[in-house]
Design a protein around this ligand. Structure first.
Ligand code: HH2
Length: 268
């Protein structure tokens, strides 16, 4: 996949153009603020920018397609000039299509293609890489669906179903990335276990994306609120980089860049 360098961890900077995301909601809601933050993240060392217009935190309510496009497409069009690859973080094919038309080159679907059946055929048709993330239910129901026998085995087999559906829709195998979905239908302990056993998720050969940034499992371990989870996020990032994760999705790009570069220098 051209977006990735084998053996290196790419840094995906989060750009939420939402009023209500769990850690940065409202900060980049205006076009100018969003473009400014994208520029800043590129200067800080982001390899990719992930633009999202709908919060998927537990309990978040759904945004209309028109509103999600209004929040994302103009930003993507403007940040095209920065020369950094952009992904669209959406569960909806119509939103993804508008984003791809505006210049995005990758789709990041937190529903793994289950929310909108038109998503896998769109990714196939446009021949773009697609992140299939593991979750269960919707942001409204996912917290109640976090019951597993062996969380790693079940996430693996449910992701294998997502891969089969995407392949069936025509998505080429080398355009698929997988994400265990930390915090999505996972308790903090389950998110920690997925990280601890991340090597087992590599066995299927797909590049892994992991999004630990400022999440609840960090607060659970350190007893800190969302604005005070930087160090915990960095520890998770170092772990991911040391274990061959292909992409980390993060808010704090400057600090994460240094941690990834240092971890890779040690790893050699
Ligand atoms: N996490 C969030 C959103 N999108 N995409 C992938 N691939 N992996 C993740 O772990 C992931 C994701 C949630 O974080 P954030 O965007 O900061 O919050 P919100 O959903 O409230 O906008």
């Amino acid at each position: 996949m051209e977006l990735l360098t084998p053996g290196r961890t790419a840094l995906m900077g989060v750009l939420n153009t939402t009023p209500d995301s769990f850690s940065d909601g409202g900060r980049y809601h205006s076009l100018e603020a969003a473009v400014g933050r994208a520029r800043e993240m590129v200067d800080e060392g982001a390899d990719l920018i992930d633009v999202g217009g709908e919060s998927t935190r537990p309990g978040a309510s759904e945004v209309s397609v028109d509103e999600e496009i209004r929040r994302t497409a103009p930003v993507i069009e403007r940040i095209g000039a920065l020369g950094v690859p952009v992904s669209i973080d959406t569960r909806k094919a119509t939103v993804a299509k508008a984003a791809l038309d505006a210049g995005a080159v990758m789709v990041n679907d937190v529903s793994g293609g289950t929310f909108d059946p038109a998503m896998p055929p769109l990714a196939a048709d446009r021949r773009v890489p697609v992140v299939l993330m593991h979750t269960r239910g919707t942001p409204q129901t996912m917290d109640s669906l976090a019951s597993y026998g062996d969380v790693v085995a079940e996430v693996r087999s449910e992701l294998a179903e997502r891969v089969a559906a995407a392949r069936h829709a025509g998505v080429e195998e080398n355009r698929i990335l997988l994400d265990p979905g930390l915090g999505f239908a996972k308790t903090p302990e389950q998110s920690l276990e997925l990280l601890r056993r991340i090597d087992e998720l590599h066995q299927d050969g797909f590049p892994l994306v992991v999004g630990p940034s400022r999440k609840r499992f960090v607060g659970h371990v350190l007893g800190t609120e969302v604005e005070d989870r930087l160090e915990g996020t960095l520890a998770a990032v170092a772990w991911c980089a040391a274990h061959g994760v292909a992409v980390v999705r993060v808010h704090d790009v400057r600090a994460v860049r240094r941690v990834v570069d240092m971890t890779e220098a040690i790893r050699g």
